[in-house]
Structure formats: C-alpha cells, structure tokens
Unconditional design. Structure first.
Length: 137
C-alpha cells in the first residue's frame, strides 16, 4: 500500500517558481483529478490540514482551494465529515478535453511570456513529447 503522505505530495506537486499562485495550482490540479476520473463522485478528499502538511503549504491556502471548489460545484463539504467529490459529468464545460485546453492555453501563454515564438513552442513541445514517449517505453 502506498504511503498516503507520499501520494498526496506526488499528486499535488507545487511549482514555486510558477507565476500561477499556489492556491490556483492546487485548484487546477483538483479540477483535473476530478474531471479525469481519478477522484470519483462520492470520494472523500484529503483533509485540509493533512493536505497542507503533505504538500507543505499554508492551511489557509488549502482551505481557500476547497472553498473555491465548493463554490464552483466540484465538491461538497460536510461539517465534521470532510469534503466529498460531486458528480460533475453533466456540468457544462467540464471534461478532460476542456481541462486539457485550459492547461494548453496556460502553457502557450507562459511560453510566450518567456519570449518564445509559436515555432519555438512547437519545437520544445515536440522534444518533450518525444522524451515522455521514450521514458514510457
């Protein structure tokens, strides 16, 4: 059985050098994990305190993520029981494809901020994709 702390730390890797705020990185990751089916409707999420400790971020940061996810209809918090994933299958714009599109747009934006042209981005992406395929095989 995997160590729960190591699982959360691996699932929610934070890029402290990113221009994206930590709370938004966590929220985006949760949305991906929910829409991709990693977390299924009814699954209980890690506790706020537990996740904060596992990924070494402030408790208030994780609390903000959970409140935002609840406001957006991804999770439901039940007093003294925890946070649970809601069924978002019929929610407009919620799919792996739309989540991937959001991530791709952010990737393009960040590469543009680095001064890369679309051709540079395409070349870099191709290299990374080839490396990922090689590692998979």
């Amino acid at each position: 059985m995997r160590d729960k702390e190591n699982t959360n730390a691996a699932l929610f890797e934070i890029n402290e050098k990113s221009s994206i705020p930590i709370w938004l990185q966590l929220k985006n990751r949760f949305i991906y994990l929910i829409t991709s089916g990693y977390y299924k409707p009814g699954d209980q999420l890690p506790t706020v305190r537990g996740l904060a400790a596992d990924v070494e971020v402030n408790y208030n940061t994780v609390s903000k993520v959970y409140m935002s996810l609840e406001q957006d209809g991804y999770i439901e918090s039940k007093r003294r029981q925890g946070a649970f994933v809601l069924d978002v299958s019929d929610k407009p714009g919620v799919s792996i494809a739309s989540t991937a599109e959001i991530v791709t747009i952010e990737y393009l934006k960040r590469c543009n901020e680095l001064g890369m042209t679309l051709e540079d981005i395409e070349e870099q992406f191709g290299i990374c994709l080839a490396d990922a395929k090689a590692k998979r095989n």
